[in-house]
Design a protein around this ligand. Sequence first.
Ligand code: ZN
Length: 383
Amino acid sequence: MKLLRRALLVLLVILIIAWFTVPAMVENRRNKVLHPGPYHASPAAEALHKSLIVADLHADSLLWKRNLLERSSRGHVDIPRLAEGNVALQAFTLVTTSPRNLNIYKNSDDTDQIRDIAMAEGWPPGTWGSPKMRALYEASKLHQFAAESQGKLVIIKSRADLQKYLDTRSEGMVAGFLGTEGSQPLEGDLENIDQLFNAGIRMMAPTHFTDTAIGGAAAGIKKGGLTDLGRQWVRRLESKSMIIDLAHASPATLRDVTAMATRPLLVSHTGVKGTCDNPRNLSDDELRAVAKTGGVIGIGIWETATCGTDARAAARAIRYAVQVVGIGHVALGSDFDGAITAPFDASGWPLLTEALLQEGFSPQDIRLIMGGNVVHMLLQTLP
Ligand SMILES: [Zn+2]
């Protein structure tokens, strides 16, 4: 009896230690920073960067077990690091399914590592089997952080919210807006759009790494176009003034959505084939099709997006995209905290401003790329 009690006690201690250490270990392995801060750009770049409204279209930070109000040595994004990087607006994208052994070529739905993460991080049991509940839980975390932030973090849900924030923003304030990676949280039912909208979600992609009931994924098995349900999905999102994000969509899905959209489209995180030719990145024609809707393309900073490991590689991809679609359609889409290795964390954005200066962009062009284009688009498209 004594032995059993001792064994149970040991087991309990192990579980408690695992509760605190496993999520940190998993995140440390997934979200690496190549060059940890503090970061130092040139005085000219620092001065210009301070004057910008910086907007990043993609970060998966809500997937991880961290209090985003506190500065962390893990991952890429938290509010203190965003403030330090002078980020005014951060899209927080909700990941709800992701296959094991994920790759940019071909993935099936047979496995799902987000379930493992949800269990390991102690998410409510209702989330373990439900992508919708995972999205709602992750969204609730951002609302909770905002409520506890003493005004440092605000959530943007409408044009009026954004305009008010821009008019009254003081140093150190950050705004977030919510989107989903893929339409998996709908669980095949468009009626769920309302529930996600009511949770503050304003952006949704048709797919993540796998094909969905809405359309094919660039890294899916069939990689088909929009389904009939997908066409209804486009109309439904447009009628609610939600933004469609074509990141991860198959070429056929991108073609179908750009052909029928009546509102500006967005690609929240991508590279361009022109500087990094792989199936994850957009061709010139795809860039043009998105820009033609009045949309914006967020260029990433990770190696699969840029074929490089520094800010200069991202600046080259941005230069290429601007040459194809013009200065008014290119933006930032870091994919921070999206299981990538980043050259810098969210406090290091001045390094990109510096790289854009070195790439020959004017301060006015940099103003648009670093956030001006996103703000302009959101002020046109949010409810
Ligand atoms: Zn992604």
